[in-house]
Design a protein around this ligand. Structure first.
Ligand code: HEM
Length: 458
């Protein structure tokens, strides 16, 4: 018997028969995990995919003798956790990491009844929301077209950095019909930097941030949205189309403070992941002349008129190009759950001890050559025919926005925003991308790094 199993004792017995790398005293597999990240430069989703490759859909690894982690690379097991029996599992990581950045009423960090209530009460869940969202398509496309003009004059830019700010502005136009003051972006990034560091520690409990500037930024950030809500309450405008005015006009169970916080949380929910997805789309589609030609053949006649939501919806070539980039290089490839506290829960054909950490990744499943023909290549045409119906967003082998009842709340907003922006960019611009493609892990998101781009007018 090894020293490691002697110390972890009974705990190890509960995971007997689950394959995984041999844990060594004292860190178990944590040393190897950290080595792969820090020395080999691998990302957590790549490490999880490699476990899947070597050990199959269910792997156990040990972060020290007292913390077993189950790594899932199996569509059915992930389906059990996220879709079939989500109440047997809860979100622990990165709740404590995110808490000081986003706020208590954000569904992302809640569990149980408060989660259900926050999700139900959020404007994104309202029955009028889809119509409001549809009305945003022309606003986004027009704004993105203006920014495209500026990009064509900008010379060489850092692609990710540029799109990070651009996505922030596009979100602001979509939600508020205007850009936010410059300082709010700085506040947003300062808070996100702090949150990102905290998420990387993967610890279940963390002390509050020490940096006083974090709190200054947070006060300014939250104060800004509070002012918007206060202003809209004092001066309701029946013609206004921004989300604050529309939400108040339609009626909401949220207090003014909760509504203000919900507005700020939209950016943390999706500005990084949507920026990552758009950069990935530019990077991949710019290398596929045939697919790009098809996208443009549909876009060109359409973009001569102000873009409507109906026209955008009909642009299936852009859908294929975007779905394929979300499949191959998913912006959110790694997240977690814990089995509930206080009792064992079923997973596959075995029982899992109370409060076991579970890593979930779509990286391997979405790229698996056994399921997707030529899975590591970018091939938008694979979504022809019935592939979209067979593999809708949130299904077993394609879940860039998660699965089940906790699936991304912003997915319709994100898809419309990205599609309307990309429609404007691809119809207006040619792009030449250089640099070595790398990945970073920032604020829980896979961020493409190392790419430079020169945009020019077509
Ligand atoms: C391309 C863009 C986006 C991607 C790839 C993405 C991905 C995801 C994923 C994978 C989850 C599930 C996490 C889990 O189950 O633990 C999630 C949840 C969530 N997302 Fe997104 N997201 C995007 C955009 C957005 C936007 C724009 C918002 C803004 C409102 C947003 C808000 C949320 C919220 C609130 C949750 C938590 C839902 C819950 O727990 O009930 N996301 N997202």
């Amino acid at each position: 018997m090894s020293l490691f199993s002697l110390i972890s004792g009974k705990r190890m017995k509960a995971f007997e028969g689950i394959p995984g790398p041999k844990p060594a005293f004292p860190l178990g597999n944590l040393g190897g995990f950290l080595w792969d990240m820090m020395i080999e430069g691998k990302q957590p989703w790549e490490i999880c995919a490699a476990y899947g490759e070597e050990f199959g859909g269910l792997t156990v690894i040990w972060f020290g003798p007292f913390m077993p982690v189950l790594v899932l690379n199996d569509a059915e097991l992930i389906g059990e956790v996220l879709v079939e029996r989500p109440r047997d599992f809860y979100k622990q990581v990165p709740v404590s990491a995110l808490m000081p950045v986003v706020t208590k009423n954000n569904p992302f960090v809640l569990n149980g009844k408060p989660w259900r209530q926050a999700r139900e009460h959020d404007p994104f869940s309202a029955d009028w929301f889809p119509d409001w969202l549809a009305s945003r398509a022309p606003v986004i496309a027009e704004y993105a077209a203006e920014r495209a003009e500026a990009l064509a004059q900008a010379g060489q830019v850092d692609l990710m950095k540029t799109f990070q700010k651009l996505t922030f502005d596009i979100f602001s136009m979509a939600v508020f019909g205007r850009e936010l003051p410059r300082g709010r972006y700085r506040d947003f990034i300062r808070m996100a930097n702090s949150g990102s560091l905290r998420i990387k520690t993967s610890l279940p409990r963390l002390p509050p941030p020490l940096n006083p500037f974090f709190y200054l930024s947070r006060a300014r950030w939250q104060g800004f949205f509070q002012e918007l809500v206060d202003e809209a309450r004092v001066n309701p405008d029946p013609k206004a189309t921004d989300l604050v005015q529309v939400t108040l006009r339609q009626g909401t169970p949220l207090t003014g403070k909760q509504l203000a916080l919900a507005m700020g949380n939209i950016y943390f929910g999706g500005a990084f992941s949507a920026a990552s997805a758009m950069v990935t789309n530019l990077y991949l589609l710019s290398q596929d002349d045939t697919a790009l030609k098809k996208v443009r053949e549909q876009l060109d006649p359409m973009m001569k008129e102000p873009l409507t939501n109906e026209a955008l919806t009909s642009c299936d070539e852009l859908d294929r190009a975007l779905w394929e980039s979300l499949r191959l290089l998913a912006p959110v490839p790694f997240y977690g759950r814990n089995s509930v506290r206080g009792c064992e829960v079923k997973l596959g054909d075995r029982m899992v001890p109370s409060n076991t950490t579970i890593f979930i990744s779509n990286w391997r499943l979405q790229r698996d050559g056994g399921y997707w023909a030529d899975g590591l290549s970018y091939r938008p045409q694979r979504w022809d025919g019935d592939t979209m119906e067979t593999n809708p967003i949130g299904s077993g082998w394609f879940f860039p926005f998660g699965r089940g009842e906790r699936m991304c709340m912003g997915r319709f907003f994100a898809m419309l925003t990205m599609k309307a922006s990309l429609a404007a960019f691809w119809s207006k611009l040619d792009v030449k991308i250089t640099g070595a493609y790398k990945q970073g892990y920032y604020f829980g998101v896979m961020m493409p790094r190392g790419l430079k781009a020169v945009f020019s007018k077509r």
